[in-house]
Design a protein. Structure first.
Ligand SMILES: Cc1cc2nc3c(=O)[nH]c(=O)nc-3n(C[C@H](O)[C@H](O)[C@H](O)COP(=O)(O)OP(=O)(O)OC[C@H]3O[C@@H](n4cnc5c(N)ncnc54)[C@H](O)[C@@H]3O)c2cc1C
Ligand SMILES: NC(=O)c1ccc[n+]([C@@H]2O[C@H](COP(=O)([O-])OP(=O)(O)OC[C@H]3O[C@@H](n4cnc5c(N)ncnc54)[C@H](O)[C@@H]3O)[C@@H](O)[C@H]2O)c1
Length: 627
């Protein structure tokens, strides 16, 4: 395909008086995700977007992949592609490399950005790099003349670093004056704010197209977390509309589509040339919005009917939902690809194209603060170390038992968050709270769990999911850190428990497991549907998650102490030695996942005779509920 400048394409659309739309994608985290993104790009090609664009990971973390995907999208998929390029950590030589590479592969469109800082850091200009997007635009024009069409970012609510909206608009004008051809805005949910922004831009002489960035709401939790972290204004009526349906994922998605259609109509009436969709690598909602706006024909939609997908053999792979990320909102937002196809899915499938990296600029570059940064104090410990005390986790730990007590305090509700858990235990854990406290006090440091459920109404307040008239099931699941000694003892114990499956891995990657397969841990039966299996435990995802899990321990907790402090040394040693383990009790009818821990604490090295050991004996269990 001969590539074209997007600004010329916009001009042509304007002449024919037809609105356009475009789709943003990000580089998926895994190679399987990348492969599936290509499939998805191929399918979305049928919608005939004016262009697509590929983001540049925070701090250049995805630069090679961004270049590769942009090239394939342009040359293999035949999509007009715009590559994002940021200044973060980029010396001029690397900027030239990226632009030369783009040029040599036929890409003619660049979104020039300052970029967000790498996770957990403040933005800094590097030696020999650029400080602002305007400098990058100027540089591209100087070195490449008119070859590239350049777009830049605009912020209807003002950029998070800016002193005032007026000043931000002045800097936006500087980018346009430096040679930018058009503007794409940050997402927003209040159209009035966008319209005022455009009017202010026009009043200071910004005359180029200003394209609104739109993100369909995919899940209630994701939406609330994302808009809170990025401080995006949400009109009250949207929150009021979501309130009664917030527990019904399918309804939330449908509302997200309706809202997007309404917003898009308003924006088109206002006179925007086109709509830019933040797809999060998902296709279903965007497809429905385009259908709602009558911008696509039935022919363009038909290949996406369920039977066509099934014939392509994609169904099985799209049903996989690893459980590990359930407590991580940022990962959760970036990786909820699976929710697209299965409204009850919890966490990203590592093979899904929507399985992304942690850095999501839609959060406005906001990284949740480490453990106590919001309320840190410097103090001197009994050992004389001067440390920053993360109040949020209590006093600085001096022994492993102190660390155990922090985890236990979280489960008993005295500490509100842990590095892996942004909010307190959920209602789902109420009946197993005491057992979790016991585990943690004894050195099994839990970060995730679910109790066994043997058939409860899908509307059950504590355990239900997925809307009305269903029946839901869960296998008991616990994920925790444990010392190498405790890990070995547990593994020995599990040799006599055929119904227990586990995966254990330390930071270095030494892994132990008694299972290879993908294990369904949550499923539901709904009228007129096949079994819905939203959550699985899966080895490959676990291995990806373990890097994040150990990194969180370090970045959110141990690194908040000074390097020579006792607490830092202690935590670092635990991080380097402990195993991350998940166990599933496959006997969801009468298993007792906590038995093994009680036995170990009581120095019993194997089960006496429990339901988990033979899989058939019935016992009274405190963690199983039935209809
Ligand atoms: C459509 C879109 C796509 C994006 N894609 C990515 C991506 O792929 N990867 C990524 O990491 N991030 C991305 N971002 C996020 C963006 O990189 C961040 O918001 C970043 O913090 C600002 O980038 P910018 O290009 O808007 O910066 P700039 O325009 O340089 O502005 C940055 C800040 O500096 C201020 N400023 C500008 N010029 C001056 C000056 N001369 N003196 C003083 N202050 C000044 C501005 O008011 C603003 O507060 C995207 C944002 C949008 C809206
Ligand atoms: N619960 C389900 O099976 C299910 C299924 C489909 C969809 N959903 C939807 O997914 C979203 C989130 O669901 P969720 O309830 O599973 O998410 P969650 O984040 O509340 O789940 C994490 C689970 O781990 C527990 N946990 C957290 N920290 C822990 C720790 N340190 N030690 C031990 N356990 C800990 C929590 O109490 C909770 O039970 C909701 O919108 C929900 O409707 C849930």
């Amino acid at each position: 395909m001969t590539s074209m400048k997007i600004i010329d394409k916009i001009q042509k659309k304007k002449e024919s008086n037809t609105p356009f739309y475009s789709f943003e994608y990000f580089p998926p985290k895994t190679m399987e995700g990348v492969q599936n993104l290509y499939d998805r790009l191929g399918r979305m090609l049928l919608f005939e977007p004016l262009f697509i664009d590929i983001t540049w990971g925070a701090g250049g973390s995805t630069s090679a992949l961004t270049l590769e995907i942009a090239e394939k999208a342009q040359n293999v998929c035949g999509l007009e592609t715009m590559m994002h390029l940021t200044c973060t950590n980029m010396p001029v030589s690397e900027i030239i490399y990226a632009l030369d590479k783009a040029k040599s592969t036929g890409i003619r469109n660049i979104l020039a950005l300052r970029g967000d800082p790498p996770r957990g850091e403040e933005w800094k200009k590097i030696e020999g790099g650029f400080a602002y997007a305007a400098d990058l635009v100027r540089f591209i024009r100087e070195k490449y003349g008119d070859y590239f069409c350049i777009s830049v970012a605009g912020y209807p609510e003002g950029h998070s670093d800016c002193v005032s909206k007026e000043e931000d608009i002045r800097y936006l004008k500087e980018k346009v004056d430096a040679g930018a051809d058009f503007i794409i805005t940050q997402l927003f949910y209040d159209c009035d704010i966008f319209c005022e922004f455009v009017e202010k831009c026009r009043s200071v002489g910004i005359n180029c197209p200003i394209i609104p960035g739109i993100m369909p709401i995919q899940t209630y939790a994701g939406f609330v977390r994302m808009t809170t972290l990025s401080k995006t204004k949400v009109p009250q009526y949207i929150m009021d509309n979501l309130e009664p349906i917030k527990d019904n994922d399918e309804e939330v998605k449908k509302y997200g589509v309706r809202l997007c259609v309404e917003m898009s109509k308003r924006l088109l009436d206002f006179g925007v040339e086109g709509l830019h969709f933040y797809t999060l690598n998902l296709e279903r909602s965007v497809r429905k919005v385009l259908k709602g706006l009558q911008l696509v024909t039935p022919d363009q939609l038909s290949p996406f009917l369920p039977w066509a997908q099934s014939a392509a053999g994609n169904r099985l792979k799209e049903e996989v939902r690893p459980i590990f990320w359930q407590n991580r909102p940022r990962s959760y937002i970036a990786r909820t690809g699976s929710w697209d196809e299965f409204p009850n899915g919890r966490w990203g499938d590592y093979r899904s194209p929507a399985f992304g990296d942690l850095s999501d600029y839609h959060l406005g570059g906001v990284t949740p603060p480490p453990g106590g940064s919001a309320n840190n104090n410097t103090t001197t410990t009994t050992t004389g170390d001067s440390v920053v005390v993360p109040n949020i986790y209590g006093d600085s730990p001096q022994s492993e038992q102190d660390v155990y007590n922090v985890f236990a305090s979280y489960c008993s509700g005295n500490i509100k968050r842990l590095p892996w858990n942004d909010s307190p235990l959920s209602l789902e854990s109420e009946n197993i709270k005491e057992q979790l406290v016991f585990l943690n006090k004894n050195g099994f440091l839990t970060i995730n769990s679910q109790p066994a459920i043997n058939g409860l109404p899908s509307t059950d307040k504590q355990h239900g999911w997925g809307g009305k008239n269903g029946i839901v099931y869960k296998k008991a699941y616990i994920e925790f850190f444990a010392s190498p000694e405790n890990t070995l003892k547990l593994i020995e114990y599990f040799k006599k428990c055929p119904m227990i499956t586990y995966h254990a891995v330390n930071r270095k990657g030494d892994s132990k497991t008694n299972t290879k397969g993908t294990n369904a841990v949550t499923w539901g039966i709904f009228p007129g549907k096949e079994i819905i299996q939203p959550t699985v435990v899966d080895h490959n995802s676990f291995m990806v998650w373990k890097d994040e899990a150990f990194a969180l321990w370090e970045t959110q907790w141990s690194s908040t102490y000074s390097p020579s402090s006792t607490s830092r040394t202690l935590l670092d040693s635990m991080i380097n030695n402990y195993y991350l383990i998940n166990i599933v009790d496959n006997n969801f009818i009468n298993g007792n996942i906590f038995q093994s821990f009680t036995d170990l604490v009581n120095n019993l090295s194997s089960p006496v005779l429990s339901s988990s050991s033979n899989g058939i004996q019935s016992s009274t269990t405190s963690n199983t509920a039935s209809i």
